[in-house]
Design a protein around this ligand. Structure first.
Ligand code: T5A
Length: 216
């Protein structure tokens, strides 16, 4: 699979733990890009293509122990491969920007830092599934675990991952920050604990600074 930097469009991923506000911010960023004349597609993982949405249902429904860590990792990468090939790459090639709610960093954080799978094996699996395909920019929404879980709890019935214990969620937060530290050119850490509008403004600043676009 090709690298998005060779495509005319840009690929932005939004990452973070439970209740970080990713979906909200993906929507606001997509709308803001539209206002400056950029044709942007919002999508999500797991999901984003018919096959990947079918896999999403396998992953998110049922008991917390329905899959072991390796099994769920393989499902996430199967879904991701389909999503990249059928949705993301065609959109980028058509000149669109793609704004994706979660991507490979979620697998590194959840299945690696959270569930303890070896990071080097996850990196090898990433290469097997999607080659060198990477985001142009990753926005990591960071906030205290308790604040994120309270938001997630107020919104809906807990899914398999929200039912995992608090120490798991702390490892997630630490994992996302470690990813950002390891790849500062690709990743921008955004304070996700602020109000929706303030988080949006920080995201617009990061996109403008890293990718050179303004907003209206
Ligand atoms: N997963 C996923 C893995 O384990 N490995 C992987 O490789 C991948 C891709 C996906 C699950 O799968 C796991 C991670 C997840 O556990 P999901 O249903 O898609 O499950 O859940 P999430 O990705 O966590 O997305 P959500 O939509 O549930 O949460 P968001 O996007 O973080 O938050 P959002 O925007 O819906 O906001 C949550 C609530 O907070 C409010 C919103 O109004 C909403 O009620 N809110 C704020 N409140 C105050 N201040 C703000 N700034 C707020 N922003 C939002």
């Amino acid at each position: 699979m090709g690298n998005p930097t060779l495509n005319p469009g840009k690929f932005i991923t939004v990452e973070g733990g439970e209740g970080a506000g990713k979906s909200t911010q993906v929507r606001l960023l997509t709308e803001a890009l539209g206002r400056v004349g950029i044709d942007a597609l919002a999508t999500r993982e797991p999901g984003g293509s018919p096959g990947a949405e079918a896999i999403r249902r396998l992953l998110l429904e049922g008991d917390a122990e329905r899959w072991d860590a390796t099994g769920e990792t393989l499902l996430f990468f199967a879904a991701r491969r389909d999503h990249v090939a059928r949705t993301i790459q065609p959109a980028l090639a058509a000149g669109k920007w793609v704004i994706c709610d979660r991507f490979t960093d979620s697998t590194i954080a959840y299945q690696g830092y959270g569930r303890g799978l070896p990071l080097d094996e996850l990196t090898a699996l990433r290469h097997f599934a999607i080659g060198d395909f990477r985001p142009d920019l990753t926005l990591i929404l960071d906030l205290p675990v308790d604040q994120g879980l309270a938001r997630a709890a107020s919104r809906s019935t807990a899914d398999r991952f929200e039912r995992l214990d608090r120490t798991f969620h702390q490892r997630l937060r630490d994992g996302f920050l470690a990813i950002a530290t390891a790849e500062p050119e690709r990743c921008a850490v955004i304070d996700g604990s602020a109000e929706v509008d303030a988080v949006h403004r920080a995201i617009i600043s990061a996109v403008a600074e890293r990718l050179g676009v303004g907003s209206k």
